[in-house]
Design a protein around this ligand. Structure first.
Ligand code: MOS
Length: 739
């Protein structure tokens, strides 16, 4: 019987650990969906519609079929029917575009799949797809960026916003527009579909393998246990891989039809067609305030485009109702149908575009009132969530503001436009606050304790590049008091215990309870085995006299004998014991919560402006977050930095241009669709003020990721106003508008 090691000194939670899967990635041995090659595999390339509205009248594939290596040109009617599904909105049966591929001959957006070329090699399939001649009866598509809602609804309301506005001595009434943004993860969407008898395996780019399995099973009319979805590594998704898109059932149905495995990988231009985007959004914001800065009315009316096929709603009022204290508030949402592919969640959906508008309006109000913008936020800090009438689980926005202002040197700011200079450049200092929902999903995990001292933790969740492998290993190592190298993390496979989607920055918070529960269950199983086993040092002891803590069986009273799980297993000559655990979701649960649960933050941005050469640079960013306890500062900072880079892209560059006549996204490539690069981004100074929030889990962790993007664009354009006097109300900013 050994003494416990100094297990308590192994503190993995809160440690800035590098990714446990890092070596696999940098050596190229991590296998992403499209890296899977199976014997006998064929390649498929979709043929996309070259009109955005109308009908397919004929498809001539005679030339394509004669080309080398071509196995089939598939079109409507050639595949077993793919069924519609009824989404349950519970994150376990969600689909983006409800229409199954090849369902009819109607074209509703540019790039809609009308045929599929299948060949021995990718190059042959691509050449064949290009040779398919499709004839259309085109109609004029509607891709108009000026939005009038087809239908509207009230999302949040309290008091009388119109009356409050009419009575306010100081008001702001402004309109903000945001260009459609396309998700551009480095890894494009891919499916490798492999049938083995009546069982289908899909290697997928999926942020949710369980949901993907359920949807594909239902679409193909298969029992769910006959479909397995594998996504071991994902080259990010930003929301575009949350729910299945049409390429997946197409690949599966084609593989069934041809009796061969199929690989289908989308090209970069195809990423702009049929796999989601953040839609075009227009928002009118009206603020009413007293002269002392107290808000008396807040109205936000937003409209987003959606597709002909779906009513995707960009929930721009996500953060609005709880951001500030204001007695009268009204948020409305509206949809405008366009001949564009179906939009979907994009990093920080709703809150990100919403906060651009409301935080810009707050800056405009600060200018009008002659009140410092940080001060204006502090004046309007609420005591509780006024929309729900419940306290916040933990809200330290004030501290983010004061800490960030201090780090940035905000007190040196002079409010007059263009009044600050450095090295011959005009400086602009702007700020904005942000918020993102803190919640969790239903989630399960299993843990297996092994006699060699290693531990396997498994969940049908996935790592989209955010660090799930690492944080799961941290949780297990910490709870069991073992070295992290002894933990094997198995995720990204729908055959594992039902996990959660990698979405909403909620997976880490969702995994805490299942992992703790699974460890406790495995410990209980170990105790049962120990008291029963003839060769056990604990035989003859009653189970209720033993406990399991930090990976060791311990006698609860009397002598303080303890023994590590692997020693117990070896003594018992048992290879493994295991347990399952689960946790209940809080996201989307009906009824009023007891606490309002969100993360908060503040961004401070400096831009430098040289009107002589029309050069605008982001020269400094300081961002501070209240996101609960940070489980791994290195990965958390990495997430936030990536999000701020995206926010710089959103403010300065990103926008998908749908050509008026054709409805074609004309900048569907990385030369013309500009994203922020290293040269556009200064060193980012990111801070976390750590107040553990035990409302969500025992570790006090909320989520980090999406919140870094929220508010960034407004802080930047508020800085641009301070430098130039030009108020940017349409994103992305155009340099010519500053001159
Ligand atoms: Mo995120 S938009 O929930 O992947």
């Amino acid at each position: 019987m050994s003494e416990p090691q100094a297990a308590s000194s192994i503190g993995y939670i809160g440690k800035a650990l590098a990714r446990v899967d890092g070596p696999l990635k940098v050596t190229g041995t991590a296998r992403y969906a499209s890296d899977h090659n199976v014997p006998n595999m064929l390649y498929a390339v979709p043929v996309g519609a070259t009109i955005a509205k109308g009908k397919v009248t004929a498809i001539d594939s005679s030339r394509a079929r004669q080309m080398p290596g071509v196995r089939a040109i598939l079109r409507r009617g050639d595949l077993a029917p793919i069924a519609y599904i009824t989404p349950d909105f519970g994150n376990s049966l969600m689909v983006d575009e409800p229409r199954p591929p090849f369902d009819d001959d109607v074209v509703r957006y540019y790039g809609q799949y009308v045929a599929l070329a299948v060949a021995d090699t990718f190059e042959e399939a691509k050449a064949a797809a290009d040779a398919v001649a499709v004839t259309y009866a085109p109609e004029t598509p509607n891709v108009d960026p000026h939005l009038v809602a087809d239908k509207t609804k009230v999302m949040s309301e309290r008091g009388d916003a119109a009356e409050g506005y009419a009575a306010a001595p100081v008001t702001i009434d402004t309109l903000y527009g945001i260009a459609p943004e396309t998700h551009n993860p480095i890894e494009t969407h891919a499916t490798v579909a492999v049938w083995d008898g009546d069982t289908l395996t899909l290697y997928e780019t999926s942020q949710g393998v369980i949901n993907h399995r359920n949807v594909l099973a239902d679409m193909l009319g298969l029992p769910r246990d006959k479909v397995r979805v594998i996504a071991k590594f994902i080259g990010s998704g930003f929301g575009s891989k949350l729910w299945p898109w049409s390429q997946s059932p197409l690949a599966a149905a084609a593989a069934m039809k041809l009796g061969r495995p199929i690989k289908l990988v989308l090209s970069r231009p195809m990423m702009f067609h049929a796999v989601g985007h953040r839609p075009r959004i227009e928002q009118r914001v009206r603020l009413g305030a007293r002269k002392d800065g107290r808000l008396t009315s807040l109205q936000q009316d937003y409209v987003n485009t959606t597709s002909i096929l779906d009513d995707y709603e960009e929930n721009c009022g996500e953060a609005t109702p709880h951001m500030y204290s204001v007695p009268n508030l009204r948020v409305t949402s509206g949809l405008a149908k366009r001949n564009i592919g179906t939009p979907t969640a994009m990093r920080g959906p709703g809150a990100v575009p919403g906060l651009f508008a409301t935080e810009s309006a707050m800056d405009e109000l600060a200018v009008k009132l002659g009140i410092d913008p940080v001060q204006l936020r502090l004046i309007n800090e609420p005591e509780l969530d006024e929309s729900l009438g419940v306290p916040f689980s933990s809200r330290h926005l004030k501290e983010c503001l004061t800490f960030g202002a201090d780090k940035f040197g905000w007190s040196k700011r002079t409010p007059q436009v263009g009044s600050m200079t450095r090295d011959g450049m005009t400086l602009g200092w702007g700020m904005a606050t942000c918020s993102w929902i803190a919640a969790k999903f239903d989630c399960s995990a299993s843990v297996e304790l092994r006699d060699d001292g290693t531990v396997r933790v498994a969940s049908a969740s996935q790592d989209i590049g955010t660090g799930t492998y690492t944080v799961m290993a941290q949780m297990v190592a910490q709870t069991l008091g073992i070295a992290i190298e002894r933990v094997e993390v198995v995720i990204g496979d729908s055959s594992l215990p039902s996990g959660a989607i990698s979405g909403g920055s909620m997976l880490t918070a969702s995994l805490v309870a299942p992992i703790e529960g699974a460890i406790a269950a495995a410990g209980k199983a170990l105790v049962s085995a120990a008291v029963a086993g003839q060769s056990s040092p604990f035989s003859g002891v009653k189970a209720d006299e033993l406990g399991f803590s930090r990976g060791r069986i311990e006698a609860k009273n009397g002598n303080r004998r303890t023994m590590a799980f692997d020693e117990v297993l070896r003594a018992l000559k048992i290879k493994t014991v295991s347990g399952e655990g689960s946790g209940e979701g809080t996201f989307g649960v009906e009824g009023k919560p007891k606490l309002s649960s969100h993360s908060f933050g503040a961004h401070f941005v400096e831009v430098s402006w040289q009107p002589e050469i029309a050069r605008l640079r982001v020269s400094r960013v300081v961002s501070v977050f209240d996101a609960g306890r940070i489980l791994n500062p290195l990965m958390a900072r990495n997430q936030i930095e990536g999000a701020i880079v995206m926010g710089i892209g959103m403010a300065l560059f990103e926008g998908t241009d749908y050509e008026a006549g054709s409805g074609k996204p004309v900048n569907a490539n990385f030369a013309d669709y500009v994203v922020a690069t290293n040269a556009d981004v200064p060193e980012l100074d990111v801070h976390f003020i750590e107040y553990p929030d035990f409302n969500l889990n025992t570790l006090g962790a909320r989520g980090v990721g999406e919140i870094g993007l929220a508010g960034t664009a407004a802080a930047l354009t508020n800085a641009v106003y301070h430098a130039t006097g030009v108020r940017v109300r349409e994103l992305p900013l155009r340099i010519e508008h500053l001159l």
